[in-house]
Design a protein around this ligand. Structure first.
Ligand code: AMP
Ligand code: TRP
Length: 334
């Protein structure tokens, strides 16, 4: 039995991933290598749906890829590549765009949220078609499952709909992927406003812990994290979102259950909890940071690893595109 294939992507839109990305995505990607056939991409095409500076995009793409390898993605076990280096993604995206209803695309809530931010009239058409490119990313590799956070559920539904529509209209061509929604436990909130998700777009720097952050800065941010005044170390999402978030991060990084942490810190106050948590976070990220720096110091080697990933991805993507071209009625590409 071949292993089921998973495909996922992450945008290179920051100078570091944060603890939410790490616990909510990266760490699971690494674990899936043991049980699945794994394909992961840095989605730089998606990153330009909002304005980006060229030098910054180039740097962030390498930093993102380096962190993926540093966190444990193994080029011998996974295909790790940069989306724009596999031009078949945009080729398939066009075909899928022609099968997508305008109204259907207009209902995507992430587009509505993101375009509302910039003003609906200035949002790009690329931002509008973002989910269709995402569908192409997934379908071009015959992915069985797509590990993503809850916020991506609607894009995955669209992907399934498009796969089924294509198969129905042109004959069986695509695998219809199932969702693989990542566990709730991994939902990490902002340190300064624990009622909102930790996010590179909406959190203040004080509300985010980066994977590549200096230990001193990690410690300061955790010590200043917003909690509450009742002084009780106890998880309660509604009444105590700040403390709950700290316990969650602690538990996810240490492997100790939240219940056990609650018992261990009962009566010791938030200061002690924060101090210990800071060391847990610093330790967890030290090695990733060191490995990332090493990879970035040898750009030629990093680029070679990515070129190799892209070549392997193109082999799979090219085979799917040949099938698609034939089904749609295009002449062979070569
Ligand atoms: P983003 O590019 O910010 O959407 O993040 C990429 C991935 O990281 C998402 O698909 C989520 O799985 C994960 N992620 C981002 N922020 C968080 C968070 N605050 N808590 C848990 N997971 C997150
Ligand atoms: N839209 C995803 C996010 O913001 C990123 C993404 C692009 C993706 N292509 C993908 C995720 C394909 C899974 C599969 O998180």
């Amino acid at each position: 039995m071949p292993r089921p294939r998973v495909l996922s992507g992450i945008q290179p839109t920051a100078d570091s991933f944060h603890v939410g990305n790490y616990l909510g995505a990266l760490r699971q990607w690494v674990a899936l290598q043991d049980t699945h056939d794994t394909v992961y991409c840095v989605v730089d095409l998606h990153a330009i749906t909002v304005p980006q500076k060229p030098a910054e995009l180039r740097r962030r793409t390498r930093v993102a890829a380096a962190q993926l390898f540093a966190a444990g993605l193994d080029p011998d076990r996974s295909i790790v590549f940069v989306q724009s280096q596999v031009p078949e993604h945009t080729e398939l995206e066009w075909v899928l765009a022609c099968l997508t209803g305008f109204g259907e695309a207009s209902r995507m809530t992430q587009f509505k949220d993101k375009s509302a931010k910039s003003g609906a009239d200035t949002a790009s058409v690329g931002l509008f078609t973002y989910p269709i490119l995402q569908a192409a990313d997934i379908l071009i590799y015959d992915a069985d499952q797509v590990p993503v956070g809850e916020d991506q559920r609607q894009h995955l539904e669209l992907t399934r709909d498009l796969a089924q529509r294509f198969n129905h209209r042109f004959g069986p061509t695509f695998v219809v992927p199932g969702p693989y929604i990542l566990p709730e436990v991994a939902k990490i909130t902002d340190l300064q406003d624990p009622t909102i998700k930790m996010s590179k777009s909406s959190s203040s720097p004080q509300g985010i812990i980066d994977v590549l952050e200096e230990p001193g800065s990690i410690r300061r941010k955790i010590m200043r994290a917003v909690t509450d005044t009742d002084g009780e170390v106890r998880a309660d999402e509604e009444a105590k979102p700040g403390v709950t978030n700290l316990l969650r991060i602690y538990s996810a990084l240490s492997g100790e259950t939240v219940g056990s942490l609650e018992r261990r810190y009962a009566g010791s106050g938030y200061g002690v909890l924060k101090k210990d948590l800071a060391e847990v976070v610093v330790d967890a990220f030290a090695l990733i940071r060191e490995r990332t720096e090493k990879l970035l110091a040898n750009e030629g080697e990093l680029d070679r690893m990515l070129a190799d990933g892209a070549a392997r991805a193109r082999e799979l993507a090219g085979a799917t595109m040949a099938r698609v071209r034939d089904r749609v009625g295009f002449l062979p590409a070569n």
